[in-house]
Ligand binder design. Sequence first.
Ligand code: ZN
Length: 686
Amino acid sequence: MLSRWVDKDAQQCVERYGAAGVNPDVALRVYTSRLLGRDANLVLHGGGNTSVKTTGRDLLGETIDVIHVKGSGWDLADIEPAGLPAVRLAPLGKTRKLSSLGDEEMVAILRSNLVDPAAPTPSVETLLHAFMPHKFIDHTHSSAVLSIANQPDREAICREVYGKRAALVPYVMPGFALAIQAAQIFDSQPQVEGLILLHHGIFTFGESAQESYERMIGLVSLAEARRPAAKTKVFIAGDLPANIAPLTQVAPIIRGACSIPDPAIQGAYRRMILDFRTSLAILQYVNGRDLGRYSQSGVVTPDHTIRTKNRPLISPPAPLPLSKSFAEDLRAAVQRYVAEYRAYFARHNARQKIPKRQLDPMPRVVLAPGLGLFGLGHNSNEAKVAADIAESTVQTITDAEAIGRFQSLPENDLFDMEYWSLEQAKLGKTPPKPLAGQVAVITGGGGTIGAATGKLFADNGAEVALLDLNEAAAKEAARQIGVAVMAVQCDVTSTASVASAFEAVTARFGGVDIVVSNAGAAWQGRIGEVDESILRKSFEINFFAHQKIAQAAVRVMLAQDTGGALLFNVSKQAVNPGADFGPYGLPKAATLFLVRQYALDYGKDGIRANAVNADRIRSGLLTPEMIAKRSSARGITEEDYMAGNLLKREVTAQDVAQAFLSHALALKTTADVTTVDGGNIAAALR
Ligand code: ZN
């Protein structure tokens, strides 16, 4: 591992933050914290923490000794001075005299000594930082260190690697007890550059930011050097089918098997989003004959249990062609996982003074032999975090197995971390959004109605894919929604294009739950004289495209076996023909029938089919020229035409989006048409 310290960058950081009144010690603390945070081999997703001891002013302007330490909710990769809150140092030192200190009491002491009472809560490892005499302290969960610190003979290996340069600290859960133990061990070996926390990670310290950082790089490099020089084959391959089914066939089955029916609402599920990863290293790992041993030992550092649980689920291999038994075997494996998780909870909950609240029992990582691995979460970000940790775990365990044998902590230590009181206190604080865990595909996603629907669905927690013929328009709409929205170029009139768009969405999120088939185009012509080619073109986009989209969606939904929602944008033309609008109204009338056919044929599978019948939406299907022509034919202004309805209200794309959202949430409604037109009695359904 090479040092990324650059004098010029460090100096620039001091100058830039200095101009904003930030103390140079804190500016340098920001600089090296980011160097550590941006290396996935050292720190992942909020892991690790850093500190600096310096002087500052309290709110009365008096100079005091403080420690700036990473605050909760901040990531080292993009930390700012605000993410390193100042805590009065002297009172923290006094806690060393206490015989014990509970986590809640410790957090109360930390918070009550913040210089700024509104600052984020300092790291639970703050006391360890405070008890060390050094100015700068760095802590990471280095993969290379964890590969030697998770071995049956970890102490012997670490001693051999570090000699007198680092002291070894046996595993204790983070908090007061660890801080006391680490301080005692340091006091007995004050010459060391750092501490190796067995099963946990590494601390280094120094009098300057550069010294502490360079020591981290130096000590981590020693662990890296312990790995076998040539990349020998670590895992013996197990038996796998000759052909493995592709990701896009396997993912929806895994996703469905890991969704929990909501006991309170029939038809509702607590769904998962999947994040897939594969590489040569991942394949060698998941294809290993002994996967059932090395992958089930536990996490590489206890922090990870909160994001990934202690153990991943091993999926049976998925042969191509996919047999029905794969889905059955997978569901059975999930059921076993759930039963084991519940038993694990019951076993360890029995020894608690205060009973814990059981977390949902579904896996957060699925290992798929022949294919790769999946991170699972209730949204795409949680899934990504789980996948990132799983990928890093593959590397750590592979290295550990190359050196000796990977061995995690005993189960009770991992339970204590997973069910830590500070984590339990967070439960139920943020109720899930109505569409959390659901994947919505929206065609015509670059247009006004598609973009408005995408935004509303994303605001309600869905993962959204905007499909549009015009890729730039879809990308722009996705960017404006401002969350992790996917933009996919798709010609809805092409079966191949629709298939590849659904494959892209399934590969990205693991499946599809809601489709808003919204793309359309208006054609005019007096029906007795109109060119047949126009009529056929209109049928392609206003009828067959809806059928192609619905067929592709149903295929994924049936594989998931958790129902779904097909939503169609039909027009008032479907029930109330307009003069010269036959080429548009005819296929729309057929699409209205299509909605009912899907409702009828797939109701038993929990798949609902509903339509929104919208009219006179500005920048909907009618071009400005068409609107101008129609309003002038009636001798009224465009504004009057747009609000030419019973309520005299202009109907917007947001109103249409709201109707689609209502349908997506109405679990007991199918074959329904919701009219969004401000009132037009001639188009009322009867
Ligand atoms: Zn740690």
